[in-house]
Design a protein around this ligand. Structure first.
Ligand SMILES: [Zn+2]
Ligand SMILES: [Zn+2]
Length: 674
């Protein structure tokens, strides 16, 4: 018998369908679906996992946060615990017959680790199993799967060891520091504060950006803008651009203000070739989704669904170069029979000779690309949006350069120089396929050197410099990749974790006062710096190449953590105080309309939260609060009744604004898009 282990049930189902040419039967062992078929007189059984079915944790005696000083955890050996008991039980019955085992989990570090976890578990159930092979594929399509099962390879224990190293180090650092900060700040139970190797440096990035925004001092400047007209109106700006002295700007303005004609001094035309974008890696894919308003974690789970259904290639990849083996023609022929027929035919008949390529070239998986066309099964509108994006991106990387013309014209207005810039698309090519870029530049009317153009008006405009923008999910993920924080598979989960621990509020991503306090408390400690992650990445690469062992890397990491803990213990009181202050600030939701004192979120004896006046017992004003979701202060008062207005964000729902006064005439919460 051949037993195939897949990462998820849905991939098991599809792989069984492909290998059996559609003849597989679905059965169950206990609660677990198993797909069966016979081929060349051999029985095949295919089972899907739920990702990791084994969890790494401290032995049960060490789970009581109050009893064990955090630093004592550093040298404790974590243990493996089966987290999906019913799947494990099904595997136990399946290995009785001593099958030929094929690991067909996702082909990357995490997938290899999942596979090895199962191999080790199965060997506990049946010592005699020694036929173990690995099937490696990048897309769940007939061609890829059959090819992978024809050319089985060996399980890569070095690769899984690298994955396990990360797991062990993240567990130890995360548990020790999370317990330290939660105990120090007395935040236990549901509201604990977490610290992690990837989440804390990510949070530090957000805190730093927020500080830059808060400390930003806008600087005023002036611009002189002329509106000219030839056929249509267009604008020209004084060549000094931002003028920092008001007097200087006024002087120029007075000089040109009543001039009626602009003389064209020069016209510079440039024809440009615009290269299409490079193939999608996970990061650039998530950035594009974020631009379309799909959050990173949502985009990742949709991509996963499309992959499992054989529509796109494996969505976790750093690669931005199509491998030579990729059958681009075959994919184009498929797309020519889809709704992208016109675009595909355009590329087939008139495409570029060599596809575009990005900077990163890896060999594990190709860049994200379509592998199939949806048939009978309809896609949800979100799935369709993401699938279309991937198809259009793929097609555009094979399309010809766009050709455009940029024009730069200089005008003389009473001896002052003004400049106007125009842009015109001559041959759209890929821009007709990848339609997501919005071009802000406009064409200029046809103008000739020496010509006189009518001036409609000239204005002196005051403006000021703007603070840097907050991160979006997309730009944060790109920054994380640049700093090697997290992996293509975990970055979006890290952002989710920061939300769920209330370190950040809503979008755009803004850190809470507690986030500031925690990041500051950890400032001197390597855990908020990307340096530690860089070392771990290097260690993992060496482990997967067989040049270092898990034990060496973990021992070194433990020593680092011990130094960190000595430092933190010394500063315990300061940390405690600064988190307490931050909490106070965070829990203040506005001013009491009855007495003017600040109002704060408090907990009743039964653990229910409410808002009470700090003027208590003189003022007994209170408001009830929704018990679920995050409550964020707005510094806003209700325009109807003067009570504080807060923003409420429940999981999976849009944030909305709520006047705390339940008797307020504006009682219906005004739902506001975040
Ligand atoms: Zn009051
Ligand atoms: Zn109100």
């Amino acid at each position: 018998m051949k037993l195939v282990i897949c990462e998820k049930n849905i991939s098991a189902k599809r792989i069984a369908y492909i290998l059996s040419d559609g003849k597989s039967k679905s059965t169950r062992i206990g609660k677990t679906p198993v797909y069966e078929f016979s081929k060349d007189n051999e029985l095949w059984k295919i089972i899907g996992l739920r990702g990791h079915i084994i969890n790494l944790d401290f032995p049960s005696g060490f789970n009581r946060w109050n009893k064990i000083p955090p630093a004592d955890l550093i040298d404790i050996e974590p243990v493996k615990k089966v987290s999906e008991k019913s799947i494990a039980a099904s595997l136990k019955t399946l290995v009785d017959k001593n099958p030929y085992l094929i690991v067909a989990t996702d082909y990357d570090r995490e997938g290899e680790l999942i596979g090895v976890e199962i191999v080790n578990l199965i060997k506990e159930y049946n010592k005699d199993i020694n036929n173990i092979k690995r099937a490696k594929f990048s897309a769940i399509t007939g061609y890829e799967i059959k090819n992978a099962f024809d050319k089985l390879s060996e399980v890569d224990y070095n690769l899984s060891s690298a994955g396990e190293t990360r797991q062990v180090i993240d567990l130890i650092w995360g548990a020790v520091l999370t317990r330290f900060i939660s105990l120090t700040s007395n935040r236990l139970g549901r509201d604990f504060l977490s610290i992690g190797r990837v989440q804390s440096p990510t949070l530090a990035l957000l805190v730093e950006r927020e500080k830059n925004i808060k400390n930003f001092v806008p600087k005023p400047f002036w611009k002189i803008i002329a509106t000219l007209k030839k056929d249509e109106s267009f604008t020209a700006t004084h060549v000094d651009g931002q003028i920092w002295e008001k007097e200087k700007a006024e002087k120029i303005f007075n000089k040109v203000e009543s001039t009626k004609k602009a003389n064209v001094e020069s016209v510079d035309k440039k024809v440009m070739q615009e290269l299409p974008p490079s193939p999608f890696s996970t990061t650039t894919f998530l950035e594009a989704c974020s631009y379309l308003g799909i959050s990173a974690s949502r985009a990742m789970s949709i991509a996963e669904e499309l992959y499992m259904n054989g529509l796109i290639s494996y969505p976790r990849t750093d690669n931005t170069v199509y491998p030579k083996s990729l059958n681009i023609k075959g994919i184009l022929n498929k797309l020519a029979e889809s709704k992208f027929s016109n675009e595909a035919k355009e590329v087939i008949n008139n495409g570029r000779k060599v596809p575009t390529r990005g900077k990163k070239f890896t060999t594990d998986h190709p860049p994200i690309h379509p592998v199939g066309v949806p048939t009978s099964r309809k896609l949800t509108s979100e799935q369709e949006k993401v699938y279309d994006l991937i198809c259009r991106r793929f097609l555009s990387t094979l399309a010809k350069d766009a050709v455009s013309e940029s024009v730069s014209a200089i005008f003389d207005i009473n001896s002052e120089k003004f400049k106007s810039e125009g842009y015109r698309l001559i041959e759209p090519n890929w821009r007709n396929i990848y339609t997501y870029y919005r071009e802000k530049r406009k064409p200029l009317p046809e103008i000739i050197k020496g010509e006189e153009i009518n001036i409609q008006n000239i204005k002196l405009k005051e403006d000021e410099t703007k603070p840097p923008a907050r991160y979006t999910q997309g730009s944060l993920i790109a920054k994380m990749e640049q700093l090697s924080l997290g992996t293509k598979s975990t970055r979006h989960e890290i952002i989710n974790k920061l939300y769920s621990r209330s370190y950040i509020t809503l979008s755009p991503l803004a850190p809470t006062p507690t986030a500031f306090a925690v990041v500051e408390a950890m400032a001197e400690c390597d855990v908020v710096k990307p340096k530690m992650t860089a070392k771990l990445e290097k260690d993992m690469d060496q482990i997967s190449e067989g040049k270092k062992t898990l034990d060496d890397a973990v021992t070194e990491s433990r020593e680092m953590l011990k130094t960190v803990m000595l430092e933190l213990e010394k500063n315990k009181d300061t940390i405690k105080e600064s988190i307490r202050k931050a909490e106070k600030k965070e829990n203040t939701v506005g001013k009491c309309p009855k007495c003017g004192k600040p109002m704060m979120i408090r907990k009743s004896r039964k653990g229910k939260r409410f808002v009470g006046c700090t003027g208590y017992p003189d003022c007994k004003n209170t408001y009830s609060l929704p018990q679920n979701g995050g409550i964020f202060s707005n510094d806003k008062a209700c325009s109807e009744c003067g009570a504080p207005v807060v923003r409420v964000k429940a999981k999976g729902k849009r944030a909305w604004e709520l006047c705390l006064n339940s008797e307020c005439s504006a009682k219906k919460p005004s739902r506001k898009k975040n």
